[in-house]
Design a protein around this ligand. Sequence first.
Ligand code: THU
Length: 128
Amino acid sequence: MNRDEEKLLQEAGKVLPLAYAPYSNYRVAAAILTEDGKIFTGVNVENASYGLTICAERAAVFAAVSAGCRSFSHLVITADDEDNLPFPCGACRQVLREFSPDLKIIVAGKGKTFSMSLAELLPYSFQL
Ligand code: THU
């Protein structure tokens, strides 16, 4: 990981304890870097009506868009589970693609890190 990515992982780690995941007990945090150098974080927020849950990476993107930022270079996602890495779900891939088709994604676990492009995760993607 380069310095930007390390910083994103550090910021994601700070908010990881804020994840609200009483149903899955799988806490996730994300940090996204805008093209102009700002960082926004998000955590997963679950709900008793399970389908209303929002993933950490979507929370981060929506926080950024709500602050007027729509262009992103890097996203780091981490979870507090050593065995199951938080590769972004299909819905999040499509939401990320809306704003930054060239996004670089880093999925970080304890001692294990995977880097990939959004295009690799979502080939032949849909956009209007
Ligand atoms: N989750 C995320 O927040 N991001 C991911 O990349 C994978 C899944 C959340 C949703 C749910 O709260 C919990 O993880 C278990 O699926």
